[in-house]
Design a protein around this ligand. Structure first.
Ligand SMILES: [Zn+2]
Length: 467
């Protein structure tokens, strides 16, 4: 099956032909760890998680690298504001980022390099760029000399005036050209800094991805991904740093996810629509957030809303219910991902179409209840297997249905019955039933129902779900 992807560089859908089929290599720009990840930060993580799952299905080996930016002026500003050390902020934020993304079902990348661990490589790249005449030193800074690279701007396709305007340069007398960008800048004693041939300082942001992608994927790899907002200047500058000397091809394909709005507007703290993943996870299961992100094609702008999240949860309820009911009749067969799901995802990650197919399978499954022949049972077993396998390629339906229906928002968990208390009451009810004390058994059922817990007595005992 041929994977087609939309390549930002060529501005069209192209057949994906890896440089080396034995090791497909993917690099995605990761978070700057100074604050909790918002839902816009989560979009590329989830999108490229689906891509990496698909690539792993199509090729024997995939190497996926996503970096962590742990040196940045935003981090310095956060430290100044809170009085904490930079390390405390970056460690804590990285840890919460990992927890949040795991809750969204994103698998860990194969490598997750941190910028501060690769300063030496960054200094070496700057020295190389100075030697090739593509960079220059000025007042303790080292800058990339944009006019030295005739095809600078080929990814963003901006003209010279747009490049200069978009660079949003501060007044910087040391720049030879307004489009030049910083590779290295001096640090005062209160800021993080490393010794370099140009004095104590720190790298410009763009540098780290050129260095870390080469370190883990080599000078030429397959796909570079990220949010659309990174095309310029970040990715343009990565290309400049990595290819201006003409000895490396860097990324063969560029993939970018579209913008995200919330409740119809640009997210902002003042509008009250600034959703962090951490807060959303108090209100919705991680899988529902993941599904809400995948219901829109990754290149389209996405309007993320609470009502959209509620309907994503309802869709997952539908999938899980179908699996749960099927298991009252038969076990779920372990099957390969249905071809129709792979076909949709191979069409530039068409997740909305793949989801439509999964709903079709669910409808078939729901129409197959009350089986009375061996053949019916076989069909249910197969359809449930198709649904599970198809969802797994999207990173959905990753829990046992029993656990899915136990989920509750954080606000309800306070003061409500916890899972252990519910299990204890069910045990007590089983004993009452065995003793034919139906008054007590009904009382327990009613008590649980009043707490929103519904019991279902089946052949394998009693299961429960939160209503
Ligand atoms: Zn990057």
């Amino acid at each position: 099956m041929t994977l087609k992807i939309h390549d930002t560089l060529r501005r069209k859908k192209v057949d994906f032909e890896p440089r080396d089929e034995a090791n497909v290599r993917l690099y995605v720009c990761g978070p700057t760890v100074y604050d909790l990840a918002h839902i816009g930060n989560a979009r590329p993580v989830v999108v490229f998680d689906v891509l990496s799952r698909l690539l792993r299905r199509l090729y024997p080996k995939v190497t996926y690298v996503r970096n962590i930016t742990d040196v940045d002026d935003k981090i310095n500003a956060a430290a100044k504001e809170s009085g904490e050390t930079i390390q405390v902020i970056t460690e804590r934020t990285t840890k919460i980022f990992h927890q949040d993304m795991a809750a969204l079902g994103a698998l860990d990348p194969d490598h997750e390099p941190r910028a501060t661990e690769h300063i030496e490589g960054m200094i070496a790249l700057i020295e190389k760029l100075l030697k090739s005449g593509n960079a220059y030193e000025a007042e303790g800074h080292v800058l990339f000399d944009v006019p030295s690279m005739p095809d600078y701007g080929r990814l963003s396709k901006l003209n010279r005036d747009e490049l200069v305007a978009g660079a949003r340069v501060e007044v910087a007398p040391y720049k030879r050209d307004p489009a030049d960008f910083i590779l290295w800048k001096p640090s005062t004693d209160d800021l993080p800094g490393w010794d370099s041939p140009w004095g104590r300082g720190r790298p410009g942001w763009h540098l780290e991805c050129s260095v870390m992608s080469e370190k883990f994927l080599g000078p030429e790899f397959d796909i570079h991904g990220g949010g659309q907002d990174l095309i310029f200047p970040h990715h343009e500058n990565e290309i400049a740093q990595s290819t201006c000397t003409g000895d490396a091809g860097f990324a063969k394909y560029w993939m970018h996810n579209g913008y995200l709005m919330a409740e119809g507007e640009k997210m902002s703290k003042s509008l009250g629509n600034f959703y962090t993943v951490h807060d959303l996870l108090d209100e919705f299961p991680g899988e529902a957030i993941r599904l809400a992100l995948l219901k829109t094609h990754y290149r389209q702008p996405l309007d993320f809303t609470k009502s959209g999240l509620a309907s994503a949860k309802a869709e997952l309820d539908r999938f899980y219910t179908a699996i749960r009911i099927s298991r009252q009749f038969t076990t779920t067969r372990v099957v390969d991902v249905p071809e129709e799901i792979v076909i949709e995802l191979c069409d530039d990650l068409d997740t909305p179409m793949a989801l439509r197919r999964l709903h079709d399978i669910t409808s078939d499954l729901n129409n197959s209840t009350a089986p009375d022949t061996e053949k019916d049972l076989d069909r249910i077993s197969m359809l449930a297997g198709n649904l599970l396998a198809g969802c797994s390629l999207l990173g959905l339906l990753q829990q046992d249905p029993k656990d899915w229906f136990k989920w509750q928002p954080a606000s309800a968990a306070e003061g409500g019955l916890d899972d252990d208390a519910i299990d204890a009451l069910i045990t007590e009810r089983n004993t009452a039933r065995a003793d034919k004390d139906f008054a007590r058994s009904d009382e327990i059922r009613d008590q649980l129902a009043a707490d929103g817990v519904l019991l279902e007595d089946g052949p394998d005992g009693t299961t429960w779900k939160r209503g």
